[in-house]
Design a protein around this ligand. Structure first.
Ligand SMILES: NC(=O)c1ccc[n+]([C@@H]2O[C@H](COP(=O)([O-])OP(=O)(O)OC[C@H]3O[C@@H](n4cnc5c(N)ncnc54)[C@H](OP(=O)(O)O)[C@@H]3O)[C@@H](O)[C@H]2O)c1
Length: 257
C-alpha cells in the first residue's frame, strides 16, 4: 500500500529526526520538500535520496525568516502543484535553569520553537486554503507536558506548540485541515548527543522516522514514541504536585536537599 499523501514539506530536514523522516518518506514514494539552513547538508540529503522511490528537493531557509517561509511554501506549490502535508519539525533545546537563567536563551528558544513554527504555519495555510484541504503535523515534545528541570524555556516553548496544535485540531472538521502533534521522547540526534544526563529508552532517529510516517497516516491527534517512556512521563505528570515534584527531583537528581 502506498502513502495516502504525496507532497510533504519538512522543516529541520538537514539533521536528526527531520533528515531521517525525509528519507523514510522518500523511501515510501513521497515527494519531499526539505527545508533547513545548511545548504550543503540538504544537497547531501537530496543525493542520498536519488535511488529511492520518491524524491527530496531542497528549499533552504531559516524558519525565523517569515518572508522566506512564505516564498518557500509558494515555491513548493508552484513546483509540485500543492502541499499535502507540512511536517514542521525544526526546533532546538537550550538548557536553562535558575542558575543559568538568561533572557537571550529564552528569546532564542521562543524565536525558533514558537515564532518560527508560527511563520511556517502562516506560510502554508494559504496553500491549504487554496486547495480546500491540508495536513499540519507539528513536532512538539513530551517535555512540553509538564515542567522538568533545565526545561523552563524548551518545555514551555513545546507546551505552546502542543497548545497551538490542540486549538487548531478543534477546528479541523470546519477547515478540512487535519492537525496532529508529534510528541517524541528521547531520540538519538545531534541535539541529544550534547546531553550529559541519562536518556531513558533513547530511540534511533530512523525508528522515530518510521513512527512519524506511520502516525501521519493515522487519524490520531497525538503521535508519541517510544510509548513505554512517553506514557510513563504522562502518568507521572498526572500525579498530585506533592508527589510529582519530589519524584522528578529524585529521578533527575535535580533536588538539592
Ligand atoms: N531528539 C529528541 O530527543 C527530541 C525529543 C523531543 C522533541 N524533539 C524535537 O524534534 C525536532 C527535531 O529535533 P532533532 O533532535 O532532530 O534536532 P537536531 O538534530 O538538532 O536537528 C534540528 C534541525 O532543525 C534545523 N534548524 C535549526 N534551526 C533552524 C532554523 N532557524 N531554520 C531552519 N531550520 C533550522 C537544523 O538544520 P540547520 O542547522 O541546517 O538549519 C536541523 O535540520 C525539534 O523540534 C525538537 O525539539 C526532539
Amino acid at each position: 500500500m502506498g502513502l495516502p499523501f504525496e507532497r510533504v514539506w519538512v522543516t529541520g530536514a538537514s539533521a536528526g529526526i527531520g533528515r531521517a523522516t525525509c528519507l523514510e518518506l522518500a523511501r515510501q514514494g513521497a515527494k519531499v520538500a526539505a527545508t533547513a539552513r545548511s545548504e550543503d547538508k540538504l544537497a547531501e540529503l537530496t543525493e542520498e535520496a536519488a535511488p529511492l522511490a520518491g524524491s527530496i528537493t531542497a528549499y533552504p531557509g531559516d524558519i525565523t525568516d517569515a518572508p522566506r517561509m512564505r516564498d518557500i511554501a509558494l515555491g513548493i506549490q508552484q513546483d509540485m502543484g500543492g502541499i499535502d502535508v507540512a511536517l514542521l519539525n525544526a526546533g532546538t533545546y537550550l538548557p536553562l535553569s535558575i542558575d543559568t537563567w538568561s533572557d537571550e536563551s529564552f528569546a532564542d528558544t521562543y524565536r525558533l520553537n514558537v515564532q518560527g513554527m508560527v511563520h511556517c504555519i502562516s506560510a502554508v495555510l494559504p496553500v491549504f486554503k487554496d486547495q480546500g484541504k491540508g495536513h499540519l503535523a507539528l513536532v512538539s515534545s513530551i517535555a512540553g507536558v509538564k515542567g522538568l528541570p533545565t526545561s523552563a524555556a524548551y518545555g514551555s516553548s513545546k507546551a505552546a506548540v502542543t497548545h497551538m496544535a490542540e486549538a487548531m485540531r478543534c477546528e479541523q472538521a470546519a477547515t478540512g485541515i487535519k492537525v496532529q502533534v508529534i510528541l517524541p521522547g528521547f531520540i538519538k540526534t545531534p541535539l541529544t548527543d550534547k546531553n550529559e544526563f541519562p536518556m531513558p529508552f533513547l530511540m534511533p532517529a530512523e525508528k522515530a522516522a518510521k513512527r512519524i510516517v506511520s502516525g501521519l497516516q493515522s487519524n490520531r491527534f497525538e503521535v508519541t514514541f517510544p510509548k513505554r517512556f512517553t506514557w510513563m512521563v504522562k502518568a507521572t505528570a498526572a500525579l498530585p504536585d506533592f508527589i510529582y515534584f519530589p519524584i522528578i527531583g529524585k529521578l533527575t537528581g535535580s533536588s538539592r536537599g
